[in-house]
Design a protein around this ligand. Structure first.
Ligand code: NAP
Length: 492
């Protein structure tokens, strides 16, 4: 990627210090609403990655030795700093990855604060084991311990959220951490690292930005790294598995999805249409949402009504869909980077070539979608796009597109709906819309997904685990998964 001059430069946090990459190497970060460089981030080397890991390794014994209360106090300070700098963090997230300000400032920041506070509250649970009387003369018990150095690798679609769920729970459990944000959208993570610099003892939290293809192997295979947590694509998970094949490591993998949102004939259609149109895939960060409802399975008797409802919602002239991402009225942002923009456009064309019908959308480009804003002409804008087909085997029904594209597929029976929903390699999430309570419970039990929502969608929170099954991954960014259990027996 090219490098511009006169742009604000961000630095890594390594061993308690803000540091440039070796040799001062930098990469431009692009504002996806304009397609123009707006900041520069470190292009770290393998050597920088090793320095970050060694800093975390050095800091581990003292951090582990702190009481849960002392660790929790640091996490609470982090939550307070995030809340008091919320406006700035939200603005950076929006400018760097295009997620509209109305969602980052009003939705995201309170969630981040909640995550850090929740982790603080759970710090004492992390090390709590069980007592197991084994016989009158022998006592068994377990200890929960941190792993050591955790490397957290985060994606470009939700940098601050994924940074927070990995770092907060890993730190609460007594691990030290190296976070590697995607270099496509690293600014908000680097700024957060800067804000948290003095909250944790040096080396406890490290943040390093560099291309995954160049420093990823070093970060995961280094012998001092005890656990890896990736939120990203299946391809990257495979690369990490290959890199660690000689010495496998415990992992948390939060990967992609092809989630089905299923509407039965007795669904509250108005409510379902509003959920699909406003927060399940088409708006906000423009469908770059791992749980995005990218397949709409609709009972044949209501499919036209649902399609018309979605079209009417998205065509409503009062909906200020596209526009400057920092304008609170704008509901839909651009695609976060150019390669993803091109990938989504080719998937839309592929769907049409495969024979899917275009129900809504399909257009792209700033000059086409926002003709009155020449400053946004080169941004990566894609219109919410609804396709329809009878066949779940099309590539647009099987592969993750990761953008504002959903495919409608009709079904006739409950059994067919289940087979269609489970008929991909993924298993991240599913939605069910029905008034029939028995059917709702049958569906929840039958769907191969880590998360199922009934008469709502994309409801996640700190009180429930979040993870996937099948090719959507395993493990969760939670206090349980950042500590391990050790068994002990004492002969009395
Ligand atoms: P990605 O390409 O897999 O990148 C994710 C992270 O991995 C980035 O930091 C990337 O660095 C790094 N990386 C790339 N190659 C690597 C390698 N060989 N070794 C180690 N790290 C490497 O994913 P993305 O395109 O950023 O994000 C979109 C994907 O994330 C989608 O599949 C989406 O469904 C998934 N996602 C899942 C969840 C969930 O909770 N299940 C949540 C959000 C997103 P660079 O970008 O700097 O190269």
């Amino acid at each position: 990627m090219a490098v511009s001059t006169d742009l604000k430069e961000y630095q890594n946090l390594i061993g308690g210090e803000l540091r440039a990459a070796t040799g001062g190497a930098l990469t431009d970060s692009i504002d996806p609403s304009t397609g123009k460089a707006w900041a520069r981030v470190p292009k770290s080397s393998k050597e920088d990655a090793v320095t970050a890991i060694e800093a975390a390794q050095k800091a581990f014994p003292a951090w582990k030795a702190l009481s849960a209360g002392e660790r929790a106090a640091c996490l609470r300070d982090a939550a307070e700093i995030i809340a008091s700098n919320g406006g700035e963090l939200a603005g950076l997230e929006t400018q760097d990855n295009g997620w509209v300000i109305r969602e980052t400032s009003y939705g995201l920041i309170p969630v981040l604060q909640q995550v850090w506070l929740d982790a603080a509250g759970k710090a004492s649970e992390a090390n709590r084991g069980q007592t197991v009387p084994m016989s009158p003369t022998s006592l068994g018990y377990t200890l929960r311990e941190p792993y050591g150095v955790v490397v957290g690798i985060t994606p470009w679609n939700a940098p601050l959220f994924t940074f927070s769920i990995k770092a907060a729970y890993a730190l609460a459990a007594g691990n030290t951490v190296v976070i590697k944000p995607s270099e496509q959208s690293a600014v908000s993570s680097l700024h957060l690292a800067n804000l948290l610099k003095d909250v944790f003892p040096e080396g406890v939290l490290n943040v390093i930005c560099g291309p995954g293809s160049e420093i990823g192997d070093t970060l995961v295979e280094h012998p001092a790294v005890d656990k890896v947590s990736l939120t990203g694509s299946g391809g990257t998970a495979t690369s990490i598995a290959r890199a660690t094949a000689g010495k496998p490591k415990p992992m948390i993998l939060e990967l992609g999805g092809k989630s089905a949102n299923i509407l039965f004939e007795d669904a509250n259609i108005e409510k379902a249409v509003e959920a699909i149109s406003s927060y399940s895939i088409f708006t906000g960060n423009s469908g770059q949402l791992c749980v995005g409802s990218s397949r709409l399975l609709v009972h044949r008797s209501i499919i036209d009504q649902v399609a018309d409802g979605i079209k009417n919602y998205l065509q409503n002239p009062e909906l200020k869909q596209f526009g400057p991402t920092m304008d609170p009225a704008t509901t839909t942002g651009p695609i976060a980077n150019k390669s993803q923009y091109e990938s989504i456009r080719s998937y839309i064309q592929l769907g049409l070539d495969e024979g899917a019908e275009l129900v809504y959308g399909g257009r792209s480009g700033g000059s086409e979608l926002i003709p009155d804003r020449s400053d946004l002409a080169d941004g990566y804008w894609i219109e919410p796009t609804l396709l329809k087909t009878e066949s779940n085997t099309l590539r647009v029904c099987q592969e993750e597109i990761f953008g504002p594209v959903s495919v409608m597929i009709p079904f006739d029976t409950e059994e067919e709906a289940i087979a269609l929903a489970n008929g991909t390699e993924f298993g991240l999430a599913a939605g069910v819309w029905t008034k029939d309570l028995s059917r709702a419970h049958r569906m929840v039990a039958s769907l191969e997904a880590g998360n199922v929502w009934v008469n709502t969608y994309a409801r996640v929170g700190v009180d429930l685990p979040f993870g996937g099954v099948k090719s959507s991954g395993f493990g969760t960014d939670s206090i349980e998964d950042y500590s391990r259990e050790k068994a002990c027996v004492i002969e009395l």
